[in-house]
Design a protein around this ligand. Structure first.
Ligand code: SF4
Ligand code: SF4
Ligand code: SF4
Length: 215
């Protein structure tokens, strides 16, 4: 009888409620999710893992992809091998800001303040959730970029590791390209079905990034 932790598939892809109408969603990534799946199938990840792992394939062996449509990361992006979340950047049009304070009220990061009758955004605190842009009544906060923050190497298990920020990308082609490179690295360096985070930890982040750049 098959044990409950044994699996047939060597990967999983998790999206979030953003695709089903969550008001916080910044990106809409149905296509991207479909394409990740196509690539994982094409790369034959399940068969690959079966050749690496001793005994049956289990839940913890799976290559996990997680995508959230905003920085809240509801699809557990920080414990996935490859993860991304939507975010945005914005400009302030001071000439049409009436200093109503609605953006300050809604910002959970306390990234916006008014000083000497001017609106100040502390970019280092901003996570790009877009809440301020959505509530601004005058349109003084204007989105100027929408894209994804990419993370790699998250996992649970005996030695948990949070996924590390890799880069920011907005074009689908570039995201799929980096995904393919990460998969190539994972397959090239995998010895016995270990998770990507384990391989990165052993090798060191700098070496991982260098190899990725040269693929
Ligand atoms: S990650 Fe953001 S968009 Fe997705 S379900 Fe959570 S709050 Fe909504
Ligand atoms: S919500 Fe808009 S108008 Fe109000 S203070 Fe913020 S930027 Fe200015
Ligand atoms: S995008 Fe989100 S985190 Fe950034 S300033 Fe606006 S409300 Fe705050």
């Amino acid at each position: 009888m098959k044990k409950f932790f044994q699996v047939d598939k060597g990967f999983e892809i998790k999206g979030c409620f953003g695709l089903k109408g969550c008001p916080n969603a910044i990106t809409k990534s149905e296509n991207l999710i479909k394409k990740f799946e196509d690539i994982l199938m094409k790369e034959n990840i399940t068969e690959f893992l079966k050749t690496k792992v001793k005994g049956p394939l289990k839940v913890h062996h799976k290559f996990k992809v997680a995508l959230s449509e905003c920085p809240n990361g509801c699809s557990q992006i920080y414990i996935a091998d490859f993860a991304l979340h939507g975010f945005l950047k914005f400009d302030v049009k001071e000439e049409i800001c009436n200093l109503c304070g609605a953006c300050i009220e809604v910002c959970e990061e306390e990234a916006i303040k008014i000083e000497e009758n001017r609106l100040i955004v502390e970019n280092e605190k901003c996570v790009g959730c877009g809440a301020c842009v959505r509530v601004c009544p005058t349109g003084a906060l204007k989105e100027n970029f929408k894209g994804y923050k990419i993370y790699v190497g998250g996992k649970l298990g005996r030695h948990p590791r949070l996924a590390t920020f890799l880069t920011v990308l907005d074009k689908e082609e570039d995201i799929l390209n980096i995904f393919k490179k990460v998969l190539r690295f994972y397959k090239d360096k995998n010895i016995k079905g270990e998770r990507l985070g384990t391989i990165i930890e052993k090798m060191g982040w700098e070496s991982f990034v260098k190899i990725l750049e040269n693929y």
